[in-house]
Design a protein around this ligand. Structure first.
Ligand code: ADP
Ligand code: MG
Length: 641
C-alpha cells in the first residue's frame, strides 16, 4: 500500500474538466438528481462490501450493519452522504474519480451539448454520476477508507471543480466513504429535512439498503411503513429514521407492487430517467429456482454498440449482489434488457469466474431468454404501438439473434419487422407472417432486395417488374440485413429470395406470352448483346435481355450463389478481400436507349453508350464507379454528339 506524501495537487484530463465546467455552469433542470447518483454509488459500495465479505468477513470490522446516511449542517452549509460500504484506497480514488476520463464522459458531453434543456437527468446512464455533485456544490470533499485497510490509510480528495483536485492521507476510523458537498449559495434550499426526505423517496426508494436521516425534533415520519424507528437508548444518542423502503422489490408479490413502483425500480437498476417500455416479473421453479424482474427500455443506451458496455442484468444470489451485465446472463442480441435475477441455487462464496461456469447460470440464461421472448411476443400481439417503439429502437439488435442463436431462429424470425413495397414506407412494420398472408396466389418465394439505404432499396431497378405485377418485396437496408438473409433461408416453408440474384424466375407468376416474347427477343438482340459484351470486356460476365425492367434501361444481376453487391462493398470497406465476381448486365429491350444502341452505327458512340448503360446500372443500385472521370467523359461525348 503506497502512502501519499503530504498534500498533492493533480489536474483532471481536459474532458473531465469540460464535464465539470458543464456541471457547474449549465445544468438547469432536475438538479436534485445529484442525490440519486451519490446514493446509487453508496449503494454499489455496500453491495461490493457484502460480496467481498462472503470470502472475508473481517471486512465488516465488527460492524455488519451497512447503511447510507444523509446529514446536513446549515451553519457550515454542507450536505454529506456517507456510507460504510467498501470504500476506496488511494489508487482507487485516483482511478475512479481522478485524472482520467471514464468511458462515458465524451458521450455525456456530446449529449449535453445537443440537449437544449441541459437536463441533468441524462447523467446516470453515462457512468459519470459522481461528478453530478458539482451541480449543487462549489467544493466537494471526499473522505474514504477501503474496508480492511488501517485507519491511517484513508484518503481525503477535494476539488472545487476548477480543473484540479488534491489528495492527501488522513486518519478515518470508520470504513467507507463520506461525500461532503459545500453547497453553492443559491442551492442552500437543499439543506432542508423535508426536501431531502422527499427527494430520497422520489428517486431512491428502491435502493435495497437503508437510507438513514437523523430524526429531527418534533418530526414524525409521514408514513408508517416508510421505515422502522429506532427506539431511543438514551436521550443523547442520535436517532435515525429509515427514509426509503429499503426492500428488494423483486422479492415482493406481484399483486402488491404498483406500476409506479415497478417504474421507479427500473430507473434505479436501468440508470435511466424514462419509464420502461415493458417489464416481466416472474418466479421460475424447476431444477433451479430464481426470480426475474426484467425490463425492456424505451430508449437505447449510449453504449448499445460498445463492447465494454457497463450495464445489463444484475445477478443476485439470495439478495446478495454478485455481478452485472455479463453476457453469461443474456445473449448478446438481448443486451438492451435491464433488471435483476435472484437465484437461490448458486453458491455465494465463489469467485465470479467460477460462477460463470456453473450450469445453473446457463439454465438461468435460457430461462430469462425465454421470458424476454414471451414478453416481446405478447407486445407484438397485443400492443402494436409499443412493439413498434421497441422495434424502431432495438430491432437492429434483435436481428443479430437470427445469426447468433440457431435454437431461437424461428422465434426471432416471427418478431422481425421490415419495410416493404406494400406500404413503401420507411417504417419497418411488416412481419413475415403478414407478408406470407399477402402472397400472390402462385407465389412461391418471399422476395427481398438489399440497398445501401431505404431510398436505394426502394428505387432498386430490380423492383420494376415486381411493382408491375403487384408482388410485394421486402426492402432491406440495415447493415445487419446482409447477414440476416444469409442465415434466414426460409420462413413458414417459403424460401427467401433476393430479386437481384440469378435469372428472374417468377415461376407460375410469369405470363406464358411474356416468356415467349423474351425468348424471341433474345434471338433478335443476339448480335447487339455480343457486341456490348465485347466492348465491356472483363467488367461483365454476360449481357442479356431482361423482362424485369419497365422504366430503367439496364441493371446488374449477381449469380445465385455470389455475394450480393452490397455485401461485397461492406466487406471491402472492412478491409476484407472479396472474390472477384463478375456480374451479368441485363438490358431492357423496350427502353428507347437500348433501341438507340441497337441502331447505332458509329463505333465510338456505341462504345460510349454501352459503357454508360453499364455505369447507370451500377449507380442506380447504389454502387460506385471504378473510374468516374471516364464515365463523365463518355457521357459528355454522347450529350455533345
Ligand atoms: P459509476 O457509478 O457509473 O461507476 P460514478 O461516476 O458514479 O460512475 O462513480 C465512479 C466510481 O467511483 C464508481 O464506479 C466507484 O468505483 C467509485 N465510487 C464512487 N462513489 C463511491 C463510494 N461511495 N464508495 C466507493 N466507491 C465509490
Ligand atoms: Mg454511479
Amino acid at each position: 500500500m503506497s502512502t501519499l506524501e503530504g498534500k498533492q495537487t493533480r489536474a483532471f484530463q481536459t474532458e473531465v474538466r469540460q464535464l465539470l465546467d458543464l456541471m457547474i455552469h449549465s445544468l438547469y433542470s432536475n438538479k436534485e438528481i445529484f442525490l440519486r447518483e451519490l446514493i446509487s454509488n453508496a449503494s454499489d459500495a455496500a453491495d461490493k462490501l457484502r460480496f467481498e465479505a462472503i470470502a472475508n468477513d473481517g471486512l465488516y470490522e465488527g460492524d455488519a450493519e451497512v447503511a447510507i446516511r444523509i446529514t446536513f449542517d446549515k451553519e457550515a452549509n454542507t450536505l454529506t452522504i456517507s456510507d460504510n460500504g467498501i470504500g476506496m484506497s488511494a489508487e482507487e480514488v485516483e482511478a475512479n474519480i481522478g485524472t482520467i476520463a471514464r468511458s462515458g464522459t465524451r458521450e455525456f458531453l456530446q449529449s449535453l451539448q445537443a440537449d437544449q434543456a441541459k437536463d441533468a437527468n441524462l447523467i446516470g446512464q453515462f457512468g459519470v454520476g459522481f461528478y453530478s455533485a458539482f451541480i449543487v456544490a462549489d467544493r466537494v470533499t471526499l473522505l474514504t477508507r477501503r474496508a480492511g485497510l488501517s485507519s491511517g490509510e484513508a484518503v481525503r480528495w477535494e476539488s472545487a471543480g476548477d480543473g484540479v483536485y488534491t489528495l492527501e492521507n488522513i486518519d478515518k476510523p470508520a470504513r467507507g466513504t463520506d461525500v461532503i458537498l459545500h453547497l453553492k449559495a443559491e442551492e442552500k434550499d437543499f439543506l432542508d429535512d423535508w426536501r431531502l426526505r422527499s427527494t430520497v423517496r422520489k428517486f431512491s426508494d428502491h435502493v435495497p439498503w437503508p437510507i438513514l436521516m437523523l430524526q429531527s425534533k418534533g418530526f414524525e415520519p409521514e408514513e408508517e411503513e416508510a421505515g422502522e424507528e429506532t427506539k431511543p437508548e438514551s436521550d443523547d444518542t442520535p436517532q435515525w429514521d429509515t427514509v426509503n423502503k429499503a426492500s428488494a422489490l423483486w422479492t415482493r408479490a406481484k399483486s402488491e407492487i404498483t406500476e409506479e413502483e415497478y417504474n421507479a425500480f427500473y430507473k434505479h437498476v436501468g440508470h435511466d430517467f424514462e419509464e420502461p417500455l415493458a417489464h416481466i416479473h416472474a418466479r421460475l421453479e424447476g431444477k433451479y429456482e430464481y426470480t426475474v424482474l426484467l425490463y425492456v427500455p424505451k430508449r437505447a443506451p449510449y453504449d448499445l454498440w460498445d463492447r465494454d458496455r457497463k450495464h445489463g442484468v444484475k445477478l443476485y444470489v439470495r439478495r446478495v449482489f454478485i455481478m452485472e451485465g455479463a453476457e453469461d446472463l443474456m445473449p448478446r442480441y438481448l443486451r438492451f434488457v435491464r433488471g435483476v435475477v435472484d437465484s437461490t441455487d448458486l453458491p455465494l462464496n465463489v469467485s465470479r469466474e467460477i460462477l460463470q461456469k456453473n450450469p445453473a447460470v446457463d439454465a438461468i440464461k435460457k430461462g430469462m431468454t425465454g421470458k424476454i421472448f414471451s414478453l416481446l411476443e405478447d407486445l407484438a400481439k397485443n400492443d402494436a404501438e409499443k412493439y413498434q417503439t421497441f422495434w424502431d429502437t432495438f430491432g437492429v439488435v434483435l436481428k443479430e439473434g437470427v445469426i447468433e442463436d440457431f435454437a431461437h431462429r424461428e422465434r426471432v424470425a416471427k418478431l422481425l419487422r421490415f419495410s416493404s413495397t406494400h406500404a413503401d414506407s420507411k417504417v419497418q412494420d411488416v412481419s413475415l407472417e403478414a407478408y406470407v398472408s399477402r402472397m400472390r396466389e402462385k407465389q412461391k418465394a418471399i422476395y427481398f432486395v438489399n440497398g445501401e439505404s431505404f431510398e436505394a432499396a426502394r428505387h432498386h431497378p430490380h423492383l420494376e417488374v415486381f411493382r408491375k405485377k403487384g408482388i410485394e418485396v421486402l426492402l432491406l437496408s440495415d447493415r445487419v440485413d446482409e447477414w440476416l438473409v444469409t442465415h434466414l433461408h426460409e420462413f413458414d416453408g417459403k424460401p427467401l429470395q433476393s430479386v437481384a440474384k440469378g435469372g428472374l424466375d417468377l415461376g407460375e407468376l410469369e405470363d406464358e406470352a411474356d416468356k415467349q416474347e423474351l425468348e424471341k427477343q433474345q434471338g433478335e438482340f443476339k448480335d447487339l448483346l455480343e457486341r456490348v459484351q465485347k466492348g465491356l470486356g472483363e467488367q461483365v460476365k454476360e449481357v442479356r435481355i431482361t423482362n424485369r425492367l419497365t422504366d430503367s434501361p439496364s441493371c446488374l444481376v449477381s449469380g445465385e450463389h455470389d455475394l450480393s453487391a452490397s455485401m461485397e462493398r461492406i466487406l471491402r470497406e472492412a478491409g476484407q478481400k472479396t472474390p472477384d465476381t463478375k456480374r451479368t448486365l441485363e438490358l431492357n429491350p423496350s427502353h428507347p436507349l437500348v433501341g438507340r444502341l441497337k441502331g447505332e452505327t458509329n463505333d465510338q458512340r456505341f462504345d460510349d453508350l454501352s459503357h454508360v448503360l453499364f455505369a447507370q446500372a451500377l449507380l442506380s443500385e447504389g454502387g460506385q464507379l471504378e473510374d468516374p472521370a471516364e464515365f463523365v467523359r463518355r457521357l459528355n461525348g454522347l450529350l455533345l454528339g
